[in-house]
Design a protein around this ligand. Sequence first.
Ligand SMILES: NC(=O)c1ccc[n+]([C@@H]2O[C@H](COP(=O)([O-])OP(=O)(O)OC[C@H]3O[C@@H](n4cnc5c(N)ncnc54)[C@H](OP(=O)(O)O)[C@@H]3O)[C@@H](O)[C@H]2O)c1
Length: 349
Amino acid sequence: MARDIRIALVGFGNVGRRFAEKLRGPYARVLREHGLHARVTGIATAHHGIAVDTRGIELGRALRLVAGGPHRTRNGLEGANRPLDRLHHGRPLADVRAFIARVPADVLIEVTTLDPRSGRPAIDYVRQALGRGLHVITSNKGPVAFALGPLRRLAARKKTLLLHEGAVMDGTPVFNLGARVLSFRGTLNSTSNLVLSRMEEGTTASAALRLAQRLGIAEADPRHDLDGWDAAVKGCALANALMGAAVRPQQVRRTGMAHVTALEARRALRAGTRLRLVVRGERKDGRVRVRVAPERIPFGDPLAGSGPDAALVFETDLMGEIGVLERGASLDQTAYALVSDLLRIARER
Ligand SMILES: NC(=O)c1ccc[n+]([C@@H]2O[C@H](COP(=O)([O-])OP(=O)(O)OC[C@H]3O[C@@H](n4cnc5c(N)ncnc54)[C@H](OP(=O)(O)O)[C@@H]3O)[C@@H](O)[C@H]2O)c1
């Protein structure tokens, strides 16, 4: 007999929608194989409305409704028509905070836009849901980079789980190593990997960036990909989750790659190297430091992949050096991270 698991989604953009699409097919099957029957009982967004339905929202309908975006109304107002509101049953909800307070759910999946300067309001949403006793899964690195310690302590007090496998390298398992991480280096921003790789082939940076946006892998504001902020936030998420640090993105020594020219990328290639935006985390004088900068990586090094491939090399206490490679970063991989976290909740609770 399958166990029911009720899911509330906060955020229904690239990741939320891909998760919902797959939950109608392959993910439902995987969850069933693990004895789970998943039902999405609520979806909240910034501009596409809010819906709660205890019986389970019809996901095909929700996806069709949001496909056209916030519609133009008869009197010409953009964004005034919040399509998901049409699926709502029950008392109206004023905002996302009211949604989190009332949605009937076991797990809140937080997949809102990253604010790389503050991590808000994602941190507040996660805190509110944990405080209510819900398990929380997020693919947003903001809460992990800015507030992991307090959020973990709150989860422990409430006996709930806070999982964030999708926050770095999508569905590739990086937060479940077991061993102690002494240092790491990685090419963690798929957009800058793709842009630099295309520049090596002669494509302009702006055309390559448009491709990343079409693939849905660029941040909502792609300047955060190119100026190293996204990599800095991911570096902090890793340092805080795996090295016991409390580093803030503002403390990261950061040089972006927006100034790198196609000529430099091709020159690096001719010299047997690839220019990549590298994030490093190291312990020095008892403190963990994170830095981000473009580096020339020799061919053969795990970080010298082509395309959007992300790579991460850890130096660990028990396994020595180990590497994780993500081939062709895609939304499927991020959406799968949410499933792997759901399975972990089922195993542990
Ligand atoms: N895309 C990827 O490949 C990828 C990979 C790994 C991790 N991530 C992370 O996953 C998260 C989601 O990414 P995404 O690509 O799905 O983003 P997205 O397409 O921009 O979608 C964000 C969703 O969050 C909603 N939202 C934004 N601000 C909100 C707020 N203040 N309150 C409630 N809802 C809000 C948006 O609502 P409206 O649409 O109505 O404005 C939208 O539904 C981000 O944190 C991102 O960094 C993404």
